[in-house]
Design a protein around this ligand. Structure first.
Ligand code: FAD
Length: 455
């Protein structure tokens, strides 16, 4: 039902993936939520079908969606990817399952379809008001006064609780940043990305849809995820300067023929597709505090606005969804006291989001370089062997990040512990085999004359 009179009033800025899911959680608590979004409603006729851009959703995201009853709807439109398919320069394919039993999968879903599903869910709560074409321009954290650019001119609103879910370039964060004591660290990768499409071929997928495809090339890398319309969305990562240097159709064609010959053959309008899409940038944002207590208002940050990360662990949205679960839990624990809940949520999440930010950067090196190496493949096989031999006792970092909801920082502690005892076990095994070898060698020396006096 509609929120009761006296229900907490909350303004959420940004109706992207995280803002929408947060609105669902808060509306379910009976709070009066207004969701402000700078874009028009993507479900409106004429909003145009945007290009299919997809993202991988895994257990953390699914767990959050499950809590608001949206997991099945979202997964119905998803394509499961139980492993990665590596494309060698000579076109050789090799498949590596993500999990020891080969059954667990990350899920390729359309970003815009997910956003629309979440907006429909938001609309189903009478307590939520959606305000599209409202771009936040300024905000006073002391009073909770916000100003927006709208098609009808400037508009203002006041709310006692404001949560910035407005993404990596957050306007809410920019307003907090001017205050003393607010620390902001942002780091651009010198890599940019380009999105390209491998269309369906004769009505079918041009590549195996049951995998996340990777072309690791050391200096550059490309990945491709399947779409329900049987196309694939490719994302090409390359040092930004070199991407910009591919400025004629001939240069683009040549670069692809050299580095990605098998994919080259599958993208008929490569040069046009390449020219169409802008170069995307990759940034990591760390800031604190996420919570600012003003005289008459409290302002918090969530999702990419609080912690934008690079996409190489496929965790950005998953992590933002997990933020919503934690904030909801903190509201329950504090009896819906937003100031206390936001501080508690920040306290519990910050170490975890710092950890996944670091792992996402580390994973870039792994994906563009190491996945192709024999040592890496051997390590993955050894990890899966251990996982099968010690179910529940040993789990790889990838499994814990993608297929569990163990907090990110706890995953790191667990991985360190596992490595330590695996090293001890390996040493012990080496010691045992040295001892066993020596014993065997002693036993197997019948030809040698025994010590005097023995048989
Ligand atoms: P956003 O999705 O950026 O939404 C912010 C919203 O706020 C937008 O709707 C925007 O229009 C609105 N807004 C912005 N400014 C204002 C303003 N001033 N006033 C009002 N509204 C405003 N994550 C995964 O989990 N898996 C993946 O596989 C994955 N792949 C990725 C691949 C790439 C190339 C990139 C760049 C990211 C990827 N991510 C992935 C990360 C994921 O996209 C983000 O973490 C996620 O979109 C964050 O959601 P958000 O709602 O916090 O921010």
């Amino acid at each position: 039902g509609a929120p009761a009179t006296g229900a907490p009033e909350v303004a959420v800025v940004g109706a992207g993936l995280v803002g929408c899911l947060l609105a669902c959680f808060l509306a379910r608590r009976g709070h009066a939520v207004t969701l402000y979004e700078r874009r028009p409603d993507p479900r409106e006729a004429g909003a145009g079908r945007s290009r299919s851009i997809n993202l991988a959703i895994s257990e953390r995201g699914i767990d959050a969606l499950r809590r608001v009853g949206l997991d099945e709807t979202v997964l119905k439109a998803a394509l499961p990817m139980p492993g990665r398919m590596m494309h060698a320069p000579d076109g050789t394919l090799s498949f590596q399952p993500y999990s020891a039993d080969g059954r667990r999968a990350i899920n390729s879903i359309s970003r815009s379809a997910l956003n629309r599903t979440l907006l429909d869910a938001v609309d189903a709560f009478p307590g939520v008001r959606l305000r599209f074409r409202h771009r936040l321009t300024t905000l006073d954290p002391e009073t909770g006064r916000m100003e927006f650019d709208t098609p009808g001119g400037p508009a203002a609103a006041v709310a006692p609780v404001i949560i910035g879910a407005d993404g990596a370039g957050s306007a809410v964060r920019a307003r907090l940043q001017t205050r003393p004591g607010f620390n902001l660290h942002q780091e651009y990768l010198d890599y940019g990305y380009k999105e390209l499409t491998i269309p369906a071929r004769a009505g079918d997928f041009a590549l195996d849809p049951g995998a996340l495809h990777i072309w690791p090339r050391g200096r550059s890398m490309m990945i491709a995820l399947p779409n329900p319309d049987r196309s694939f969305t490719c994302t090409l990562f390359w040092p930004e300067r070199e991407l910009a240097e591919l400025d004629t159709p001939a240069k683009v064609e040549r670069a692809f023929a050299e580095n990605y010959p098998d994919a080259h053959a599958l993208i008929p309008d490569l040069a046009a597709d390449y020219a169409l899409n802008p170069i995307g940038h990759l940034v990591t944002v760390r800031c604190e505090p996420w919570t600012v207590l003003g005289r008459a208002a409290v302002v918090g940050l969530i999702g990419d606005a609080a912690h934008a990360i690079v996409p190489f662990y496929g965790q950005g949205a998953n992590c933002g969804f997990e933020d919503c679960v934690e904030l909801d839990r903190c509201l329950a624990e504090t009896g819906d006291d937003y100031a206390a809940a936001l501080l508690l949520y920040e306290n519990r999440r910050k170490g975890n989001t710092d950890t996944i930010a670091r792992l996402a950067l580390d994973n870039f090196v792994e994906m563009r370089d190491k996945v192709a190496s024999r040592a890496f493949l051997a390590r993955k096989r050894a990890e899966h062997l251990l996982e099968r031999a010690l179910p529940g006792r040993y789990a790889s970092r990838y499994e814990l990040i993608s297929f569990s909801t163990v907090p990110y920082a706890e995953v790191e502690r667990r991985v360190t512990r596992q490595r330590r005892w695996a090293a001890v076990a390996a040493l012990a095994a080496a010691g045992m085999s040295a001892w066993a070898g020596a014993t065997l060698r002693n036993r197997l020396r019948p030809e040698e004359p025994g010590p005097p006096g023995r048989g």
